[in-house]
Design a protein around this ligand. Sequence first.
Ligand SMILES: Cc1ncc(COP(=O)(O)O)c(C=O)c1O
Length: 459
Amino acid sequence: MSQVEIPGRVKQKIDIVTPLPGPMSAALQSLSEDYEPATFAHGQVPFGFRRGSGVFVEDVDGNTFLDFTSGVLVANIGHGRKRVMDKVAQMARDQEITNSYNYLNPYRPALARLLMETIPDYCADLKTGKAFILTTGSETVEWSMSMALRHQWKTGHPEKNRVVAFEGAFHGRTAGARHAGGIDGVTEGYGLDVPDITHIPFPDLYRPAKHADGRPYTLQDYIAGIQKIDGASTAAVIFETYQGAAGSRMFPAEYLQALAAWCRRNGVLLIVDEGQASFGRTGRFYAFEHYEIQPDLLCLGKGISGSVPLAAVISRRDIVASQGGMSSTWGGNILSSAVALETIKILIEEKLTENAAKVGAYMARRFKALEGRHAILGETRQMGLVGGLEIVTDRASKTPNPKAAERIVTGCYRKGLLLIEPIGLGGNVIRVAPPLVVTEEQAEVGIDILDRAMAEAEG
Ligand SMILES: Cc1ncc(COP(=O)(O)O)c(C=O)c1O
């Protein structure tokens, strides 16, 4: 495929210059359909990524979109940051791009130290721990569960040999991570749990579970459910701080606090999977800080490095000491570590967490106002700069309306706002997650487009 010329810089406004999809994006889409698995990019709007700057992304046809996806929650510092691009250019120029996990590079231990410095002081046990630098979120989930099981075994509790996870969870697609997830479509047909994983209900107060007599579960009912878990055989509980793939579902604070207290009482390790929730995304540097809980193991990914692959497990020091060999070929690759270092420094120096809290509060207010205007908008959930818009047939029945959600995403694309295909267990939740550099004015442009697309979808 020939490439279109790249003129100047990425525009800092929406600018659609071809019919959509443009010819290059359409050609890429059909190339992908021929040669890639169906769930990689298919089912999404046909957007061929060329480059990005801040909250704007340009496709291979030269159209500029406002990005409410952050490249699926990775570009927390914004796209195409000059400081990062300059660092990569310098490393390429100086022939620094090499790889060997067996030897040190100047960036990986420095990144581990910086990560430990970002852990809040109130988490004393975690803060004095260690950072294990890896490559993908699934890998962090595999490792955190393995580390928890090994620690229980090593410290005289071999009977604590299973993990508890949540219905509706998504923790990745490698064997253990897949089965830790609680979404049928992700686990069906993939064999036995590795390791032994038991799922408990997510405390959903929007569509609560029902008692045998039809009464809906209350928060107290869900909390009572925690007490019924068999602590004696449980090594660890793993959860996402908010459930991402299930539709940006937020845990009630009281529930997570009760879960953390139960874990402490029963010698069960708390694994917090913040594969997508950290690095300022929710208006706190780590999302678990909203709940004042203390993870024993913390899984990190996505926004940690923005544009190159890197992930990490932060662990209590004694849990690390219980392990055997810990390494991975690409873990802490020199390029990824250098980019992650720059990324985290930018997040801190530019106070992007604070911006996420401020602009997120503005977006939450605007979305709440839309609830009153659109009958298909069942509920809006927002924490900092991650949100979910529940699209339903009507507010009373709360029946998921994936077709309308799909129409909204496509309508937004046609107007220059980039969203990913609807998420959620009913395929009906629109995920809103702009880069953390977004301004209120830019957020307003996107919300106005969403408002118009919703009105059109209602017909
Ligand atoms: C919470 C969470 N954990 C784990 C993963 C898996 O990460 P990866 O796709 O990098 O393996 C994801 C990916 O979306 C995630 O959101």
